[in-house]
Design a protein around this ligand. Structure first.
Ligand SMILES: [Zn+2]
Length: 472
């Protein structure tokens, strides 16, 4: 049977008959302006091994395909381009930090899978992990927590660390060489305990705030009434804009409880001055003020879907849909907004295979019911949060192969996808991961039996959810 072992599966493969020994060093690369910016054509016959692409990026993708054609292969013509323009992965470096070399390994894997976005979650309640020259206290004071109490992962002793400007630039350059854009995330106004530890006066109460040692949703959020808040937020963004050339900057906006805003005189005064009906609208106003700042610098924002609750977010901003029971994302998309899909129940790789088996991730269709225009979906992103992951080996176990499954959904048209074929191809692709230094979960872990799923789910909940320390 003629078949290839390529991930993501190319969208059009013509078998030309016969076989050929692939010798990558003999490949020729040609720019063809008739092809799209991410579109390539690879021809492998006895006489020719050629990749034509619409741009250097397209040639790079052709090269990634060639890398997976090894030894003696059927003669083929592959005509290929992605299903979605946005194909990303997200790494939480707050709950646990990963070294630059480890981050580069994930980037290598993403590049081999033709992904083109790296969403770098750098700030949260449990640490602030980016050096900010304009506000040094953010990293110096905000990066250190007293211990780590994440359910089953309890580690005594201080935990800290942040990336220097040089390190972040190194990652930006490393990604650029692989046609990947780095989108940094500075999460506001919620998930801000670390920044509030460094700058307590931009909280509503002004009281000291601890860098959190455990997971959760915390009431310490940035004050929307104080002008000082925006001075500090803009200073931090200025630094990030100098390091990250990405058109889009992620400004979070998820899980921001409004308890403090409801009683804060500054926040209430702001609502009255600006003419806002409630605190959700205040978050919308807060977000838009940052969006306007980014716009003045030629940039745009990505926000988590909770930011859409106010109904005030303009459609130049992109929304990342992770959990959206009220379908705010659908309304947003149907009013001209664009969304990235990172569905919690299918794509969150910090949850065990018992809860999110590989086939569940793979078979998820990147289509949102109710969205009228398919173009409103930019693409897909596979996130991993690291409360329960404190080393690279565990990170890779949880991420792969689900990471590759989402990469395939991003690239391969729905009608060309097939879960069992993907599992077969992934076993071949594992050798590329090995070269990179990544060890995926073994095949018996991917799709647990119903009993193993129930046991694994209960085990995870017992270890990590029920023993969660009480909210502050
Ligand atoms: Zn306030």
């Amino acid at each position: 049977m003629e078949r290839l072992n390529i991930i993501p599966k190319p969208n059009k493969i013509d078998f030309l008959g016969g076989e050929v020994l692939i010798e990558p060093s003999k490949a020729e690369f040609l720019i063809d302006e008739n092809l799209g910016a991410e579109e390539y054509v690879l021809t492998a016959t006895e006489n020719v091994l050629r990749i034509c692409g619409g741009s250097q990026q397209a040639l790079f993708y052709g090269k990634q395909t060639l890398r997976q054609l090894r030894g003696i292969c059927p003669c083929v013509k592959i005509e290929d381009k992605p299903a979605f323009e946005y194909r990303g992965f997200m790494l939480d470096c707050v709950r646990h930090i990963f070294s630059i070399d480890e981050v580069k390994k994930l980037i290598d894997a993403a590049a081999s899978l033709k992904m083109n976005r790296f969403h770098w979650h750098l700030t949260d309640d449990q640490g602030f992990r980016a050096w900010v020259s304009r506000r040094p206290s953010a990293a110096i004071d905000g990066s250190v927590r007293k211990s780590s109490d994440f359910g089953s992962l309890n580690e005594s002793g201080e935990y800290g660390g942040y990336y220097t400007t040089e390190q972040m630039k190194e990652i930006v350059d490393y990604c650029a060489e692989r046609f990947i854009t780095v989108i940094p995330e500075f999460d506001v106004p919620g998930h801000c305990s670390a920044i509030l530890h460094a700058y307590p006066d931009i909280g509503c109460t002004g009281n000291p705030v601890e860098v959190k040692t455990y997971q959760g949703i915390f009431e310490d959020i940035l004050c929307a009434g104080k002008d000082k808040t925006f001075e500090i937020v803009f200073d931090i963004l200025e630094d990030l804009l100098e390091i990250f050339p990405s058109e889009y900057i992620h400004i979070g906006g998820d899980e921001a409880p409004k308890a403090h805003w409801k009683t804060c005189p500054d926040c209430q005064k702001r609502m009255e001055q600006v003419g806002l009906k409630n605190e959700e609208e205040l978050q919308g106003w807060f977000t838009n003020r940052i969006v306007d700042f980014l716009k003045s610098k030629g940039r745009k924002a990505i926000v988590w879907n909770e930011s859409l609750k106010s109904g005030l977010i303009g459609n130049g901003t992109v929304a990342q849909m992770w959990m959206d029971p009220k379908k705010d994302s659908v309304k947003f998309a149907n009013n001209g907004g664009r969304i990235i899909i990172s569905d919690f129940f299918h794509y969150y790789c910090d949850y065990p295979y018992a809860m999110t088996p590989l086939d569940k991730t793979y078979n998820y269709k990147a289509i949102v019911s109710g969205i009228k225009n398919a173009e409103s979906v930019c693409g897909v992103e596979v996130p991993i949060w690291t409360e329960y992951i404190n080393n690279f080996e565990r990170l890779c176990f949880m991420f792969f192969p689900r990471f590759a499954a989402v990469a395939e959904t991003g690239w391969t048209n729905q009608q060309n996808k097939n879960a069992s074929d993907f599992r077969r191809r992934f076993k071949e692709y594992s050798s590329i991961l090995s070269q990179i230094g990544i060890k995926a979960a073994a095949p018996h872990e991917w799709n647990p039996s119903p009993v193993a799923r129930a046991v694994g789910t209960l085990d995870f909940m017992n270890k990590n959810v029920r023993n969660k320390p009480k909210k502050q």
